[in-house]
Design a protein around this ligand. Sequence first.
Ligand code: GAP
Length: 543
Amino acid sequence: MPATSLDTIVSLCKRRGFVFPSSSVYGGLGSTWDYGPLGVELKNNVKRAWWRSVVHERDDMEGLDAAILMNRLVWKYSGHEATFSDPMTDCRACKARPRADHLFAAQKGRDPKGLPEINAAIEAKELVCPKCGSKDLTPARPFNLMFRTSVGPVDSGDDSGLVYMRPETAQGIFVNFGNVLDTMRRKLPFGIAQVGKAFRNEITPGNFTFRTREFEQMEIEYFVRPGEDEAAHEAWIAERTNWYLELGMRKENLRVREQEKHELAHYAKRCVDLEYRFPMGWSELEGIANRTDFDLKAHSRSAENPDAVGELKYFDQGQKKHLVPYVIEPSAGADRATLAFLCDAYEDALVKEPPAEETTKLRELVESFAKSVGRREGMAADVKQRLVTTAESIAAGLPGTLPQLIGLMEDSEAATIEVMKKVRGVGEKIAEEHTRTVLHLHPRLAPLTVAVFPLKRNDARLVEMARGLKRDLQRSGVRAVYDDTGAIGKLYRRQDEIGTPWCVTVDFQSLEDQTVTVRDRDSMQQERLKAAELAPTIAGRLA
Ligand code: GAP
């Protein structure tokens, strides 16, 4: 069963060292996260797979790593100072400050067409505060999302040292267009790719790493002749969709959505979102926009921009004239892609049936949990309904529904019901013995590729051979670890839970014939391979 709630993923991430709440020793900082030992490997692998696909495997792309801090004028002429904002309203009754467009969408069932429509709804008392239910809301006003800081040792009190933490990596590419063109002697069409941090003072961050104030983008600006932009746009939509699918994302969880006219950013002629079916619903994974010649013109010297030092344009040898290229921009989030791959890979599976008396005891407890939820006062009706329906269907389907019970045991709302403690007391032990959690990550994405175990940790010959194999794998560029801290079955389960595709066991036969067993994470099948062929075989499978 795949992960049905983000809580399940958050819990796995904390338990196994993928992602931790940031600054937790001081109580944390809302919606900021630190990638732990396994998370950093996974996210690095996502970024590496992206770079390989869009830079190294193509002949028409260059890479770039621009500075985060840029001249403030970049953000003036890109339009971000004036327009990079979200509409916010204040509740006069409880002082909550929700995003007005989200309020409109949630309460009227469609996106607003702009600020005037939101404000008309507020004035007509059609929108209510999501926190206290009051209709006494202030008119919505734009709130700029760029974080401000200042350069230099003195804060002069005015804006003379003002710089912004970049809200997108894209502008670093546009202002380097001329540098890359001149130094790499590129002909159109060609693109520039960049991975890096971006910062937005989001009003409503949330859903774990899905929307945060500090995140990483993987962006491409692909420059084409005007007129060739629409075909290039289609080609990039197909290319980027395939990238997710080739890395194992399930087709039914990925879709292409055309943005409506009123959703388009100020620079875009057309934009298509690649959306993933996250546990909280379909949400944007990547945007692929046609930015026309907006940005290159905006940063070129003109009557509107007397501050630019020159023009960002291209000399067309064939036509013997200058032109301003159009731009197709596939813009992905490294954190969102990482989260999507995690959700997609997650599975809780029953591996063997527990004894009947254990199942009966657990069923009774889950039924009693459902009754307790039904009696609970003060719980939101939709949460109550969801918990009761889930618990009743789990109770009716046990032991086959043990994997679903794992999700319920990790649900933060279910945890507020007293009897859940008893369900967990019994359920966790049964689940531990009879189910396994697996991350079916693509081998190129998995944080670890191979784990090597000796059958017995107190046999020096087995330990030496296992450690030697692990070193061979590491020298071949394969991420490998050695582990002897438990029985083989337990070690398999630990590695399944973090997505390690292959586990290698060195046993007594290995000492005689120099072969080892290689156990496949997904099929759980074992094959015997010659020890000398292990490293090249695994390296070959990753290529
Ligand atoms: N240069 C275009 C641009 O920045 P965007 O749709 O605002 O477009 C592109 O952002 C991608 O960056 C999104 O599809 C998403 O994956 C990621 N992203 C944007 N805001 C984010 C946030 N607050 N937290 C995490 N990822 C975010």
